[in-house]
Design a binder for this molecule. Structure first.
Ligand SMILES: Cc1cc2nc3c(=O)[nH]c(=O)nc-3n(C[C@H](O)[C@H](O)[C@H](O)COP(=O)(O)OP(=O)(O)OC[C@H]3O[C@@H](n4cnc5c(N)ncnc54)[C@H](O)[C@@H]3O)c2cc1C
Length: 446
């Protein structure tokens, strides 16, 4: 089983068919590439200006990496900061459900890495991080090698289809293509929008994963937005919302009311559905007790830390979501104070959300600057802030804000202060859009 997963992950993270061909001739017994061979192919230095100070390389230009790049440079101008992302442009996951329901346009979500780097005085490279040599402090990418003084890994999440009983690459590929989850990638999100807008009727199944998945509220919000579209289009169809959890995980009263008051003809909510397989031929989702037929589906499996965390050999053996073994207050690897893991790949049980990643990155930037200056700073909680659209035309939303504290007795983090507004209205709808605009402005333009 392990062999199969590793091989698949290896194939997925390979950037192109050519690259795959190169690597597959150089794999070890586990199906993973052996570093020196890859270093050989990509070891010449990436085409970057010479460092003008200690170089900090950041892998992942999402909410965490973009914030990290900007604030490292701001707090410590001597740092030579390089941000890497495999995508050419940034398309926001937050607000994408609302975009699906035509409440904003695609421009609202889309932003330029080139502009972010220029405005905030760091370097951007459009490339895939492949291998890590911590002894020499060298990162290998498809554009060549980059030497670092500090490395920040902020690569987000990957899906873990194994946890819904999908254990062969063909089935996983079919699910990714036909029933994409829409929680990690702009193409998936665009395909979901087309799916919902072209749905002809019958059953559209949506799933909610178990575990600490990305954006706890978003699958319920997506159900509301999809139902709103079906209602607007007068489609005779239902959203079958299969939740692997015993109940709605967040804003539960609000979502329950929304399902009952506005979408009772459209949303069928089924909690405690432990999904253990998908029959692609018969279009059925299999659970412990039952199987559910569907005409079309959006299948969101449980998540894990992005695959490169495992590829780089940084996974905490005790982590069911394959997250890295890091210091829970300072975010560096337990055995390396020059490599940090942040954002949705972190191992702390914080909400996997953009606002959490953004506020956390500002703090971790301070931690790294303090380390470079031989100092330490006190721990600061990230802030989770999440708006959920409930109705459209005009958009009406509800929201939650939360902080965390460390529970010394349980030896883990728990919610500290939370402020829940589960009465939706159009002012909160506009506030949610203003929140996102403020975040984009901060990450890209200020
Ligand atoms: C539908 C939806 C709604 C959401 N709503 C909200 C909301 O209302 N509020 C909120 O706060 N959050 C929300 N979120 C969650 C939010 O999008 C994530 O929590 C956030 O993006 C996490 O930031 P990150 O930087 O850790 O990961 P990401 O933003 O995913 O960034 C990771 C980046 O790493 C890059 N990468 C990965 N591997 C490599 C590699 N090997 N080489 C180069 N680059 C690599 C990826 O291309 C990606 O750009 C929502 C998410 C979804 C899907």
């Amino acid at each position: 089983m392990t062999k199969k997963i590793n091989r698949r992950r290896f194939l997925q993270t390979s950037a192109s068919a050519a690259l795959t061909a190169t690597l597959s001739s150089q794999v070890n017994a586990e199906g993973l590439p052996s570093s020196p061979a890859i270093g050989g192919k990509f070891s010449s230095p990436a085409a970057l200006p010479k460092p003008r100070g200690p170089r900090v390389v950041i892998v992942g230009g999402g909410w965490s990496g973009l914030t990290m790049a900007k604030y490292l440079k701001k707090y410590h101008p001597k740092f030579d900061v390089v941000l890497l992302d495999k995508n050419e442009q940034f398309v926001s996951c937050p607000i994408s459900n609302v975009w699906m329901a035509d409440q904003v346009n695609l421009d609202f979500l889309t932003h330029s890495y080139v502009e972010a780097a220029q405005k905030n005085n760091y370097l951007f490279l459009n490339t895939v991080a492949l291998e890590l040599d911590r002894t020499s402090k060298v990162l290998i990418t498809t554009m060549g090698s980059i030497k670092y003084d500090y490395l920040v890994l902020a690569p987000g999440i990957d899906y873990d289809y194994n946890r819904i009983g999908i254990d062969n690459p063909e089935d996983e590929y079919a699910l990714r293509m036909n029933y994409p989850a829409g929680f990690n990638d702009a193409s998936e999100i665009i395909s979901i929008k087309h799916k919902v807008h072209n749905f002809k009727g019958g059953t559209l199944a949506l799933t909610v994963p178990s575990g600490n998945y990305r954006c706890i509220a978003a699958p319920y919000e997506r159900a509301c937005m999809a139902a709103a579209i079906l209602k607007k289009r007068n489609i005779r169809g239902k959203i079958l919302l299969l939740d692997m959890n015993p109940g709605i995980r967040i804003k539960a009263e609000g979502f329950t009311r929304a399902f009952e008051e506005y979408y009772s003809d459209y949303i069928q909510y089924e909690p405690s559905t432990e999904i253990n397989g998908v029959n692609l031929q018969d279009k059925e989702i299999e659970t412990d007790f039952d199987s559910y037929g569907f005409d079309d589906a959006i299948i969101y499996p449980p998540v894990r830390a992005a695959a490169i965390i495992e590829r780089f050999g940084l996974t905490d053996k005790n982590s069911s979501q394959k997250e890295a073994a890091i210091d829970r207050f300072k975010y560096h690897l337990v055995d390396d104070e020059h490599v940090y893991v942040t954002g949705d790949s972190r191992s702390q049980p914080f909400s996997k959300s953009g606002n959490t990643a953004h506020s956390e990155a500002k703090y971790v930037a301070e931690v790294i600057v303090a380390h470079a200056n031989g100092k330490e700073i006190p721990w600061r909680s990230p802030q989770t802030m999440c708006f959920s659209g409930v109705k459209i035309d005009p958009l009406e939303s509800m929201s939650i804000i939360a902080f965390y504290q460390f529970d010394e007795r349980e030896k883990t983090f728990a919610f500290d202060r939370t402020h829940l507004m589960d009465q939706w209205d159009s002012r909160a709808g506009q506030a949610g859009l203003a929140w996102a605009e403020g975040m984009y402005r901060d990450m890209f333009y200020a």
